[in-house]
Write a protein that binds this ligand. Sequence first.
Ligand code: HEC
Ligand code: HEC
Ligand code: HEC
Ligand code: HEC
Length: 441
Amino acid sequence: MSLFTNKLKYIIFIFVLINFFWSGSILSMDLPETSSAVHLGVKTCGNSTCHAAKKPWQISDVLQNEYITWSTMSRHSHAYKTLQGKRSKRIANNLGFEDPTKIALCLSCHADNVQLNKRGPLFDISDGVGCESCHGGAENWLGKHVSGTGNHQDNLALGMYPTDQLFAKAILCASCHVGNSKKSVIHRLYGAGHPRLVFELDTYLNNQPSHHRVDRDYLLRKNHPKNTELWAVGQIINTKYILGKLSDINQSRDGLFPELSLFDCHACHRSVTDKIDLNEPLAKKLGIPRINDSGIIMLGILSQIIAPELYDDFQRGPASLHRATAENMEKVALIAKNLNKSAELLMSKMENISFDDDMSENLLYLLIESASNGLFSDFADAEQALMAIASSSAGITNNDSKLKKIVDSELNKFYELTQIAENFVPKDFQTHATELLYKIK
Ligand code: HEC
Ligand code: HEC
Ligand code: HEC
Ligand code: HEC
């Protein structure tokens, strides 16, 4: 009997693994919000004998005070309360709704909005983005988990979400911070007052108050992707989201206009009394809104390191998309579909690649060189470039790296230049990059 259950467990485990590594299904895998397991609620995880210890435990593999970190330091525990505030009420009212805490549109990202029949007795929607929003409904794994007899693989086989795996992590965070096929922040929500979503996986993972400790036993038990790998896979997933939307014309329209959140915000939202720079050889902005191309540009840079054969596709991508927006939607969709295929290929490359210091240094160098060539001329591009620069520098594990030292000491200047979107001057960003390039050459 136990042989049989062990075998069954093994088969389920292999099945789960295959599911993750076959990219076709990575994108369509069940997220915590859509899986069939019941969510038992933060209270189930967060009592003092489990994950709500006042101080980290010394004798345990995990810290055991995750609940305290989450509830006192993470914006995720505040996400539902945000919906009770004045700003949210105004957003909802602008959209014609009474109460933002009652509509799926808001709850789908600001809480663990699983179906009513998937909520256990201690489940409380006001917990916001709780443990099970990321770790998955605990119905099937809690028993084994508290018995202390299982390991991480057992938990995964019983439906715990693999938050330590590169792709799974990227898809999870992006589902709320970028959007997915089921939920997104469309331009109407921005118009109603929602803040602009900005996301880069590695940066956001670092900004999230950490509730796990990466020590020797952690590295034995779990995957711990490098900063640069997180950046790369994050870019692929985020770009695939935009390309997917552009590929489907019906999904990406709003009345007379295409869905504007897919475009570069500051292509439209800037002063109409722009100063004309007579030193610019040619105006790049010809009165046609540009699709947000920051991700495609990044995939171009990434491809130079891991898949040079795909570089041409991504390098030509932005310009052909911009040209096509001035022609017709069908053409945009076709180009987006082709780019999505290249992104798919890049993704399968990433499954077998691990970044070493040389690769991270090359990436860092290419980013600065591209900035110096004026590749990041829109605010959203520059914002992403800066996060990419910081992330690839963090990806260099050798602290004596000269490149890393010089770049780190210049980061603040870049931050100053991108602090306020409305004040962004592409030329200044480019000039600073050129000065930096000179120093690292
Ligand atoms: C179920 C949706 C959801 C998921 C999944 C999710 N987030 Fe969030 N996250 C939010 C919301 C909503 C907020 C804003 C909460 C607020 O301020 O009210 C937020 C806020 C944050 C912030 C704080 C941002 C700031 O401006 O201070 C960080 C950092 C963050 N998330 C990182 C992550 C990372 C990393 C992941 C993946 C491991 C992730 N999030 C997964 C919904 C989500
Ligand atoms: C696709 C997911 C998504 C949807 C849908 C969504 N939000 Fe958000 N919202 C976020 C994320 C992520 C943040 C945090 C952004 C950051 O700081 O990077 C956020 C931030 C906010 C903030 C600012 C919080 C703060 O204090 O900084 C408000 C207010 C807000 N959302 C209200 C709403 C309302 C009201 C709705 C429904 C009409 C809604 N959101 C729908 C993901 C979403
Ligand atoms: C926004 C997503 C998110 C939320 C919300 C969240 N976690 Fe995590 N958690 C992660 C990520 C990402 C990791 C790191 C990867 C990993 O170890 O699986 C992690 C790691 C952990 C670990 C593993 C530590 C180890 O050494 O193996 C524990 C335990 C944990 N979380 C418990 C909790 C508890 C309890 C809550 C709720 C109070 C919670 N988490 C809320 C994303 C989240
Ligand atoms: C193709 C042009 C275009 C693009 C691209 C665009 N917008 Fe808009 N936006 C508009 C127009 C037109 C309005 C409505 C005019 C108005 O309310 O003044 C508007 C209104 C808004 C408003 C309300 C302004 C107000 O004064 O109340 C916000 C906020 C906003 N957009 C944010 C964004 C964000 C964030 C993005 C990028 C994700 C974006 N927009 C992309 C054209 C655009």
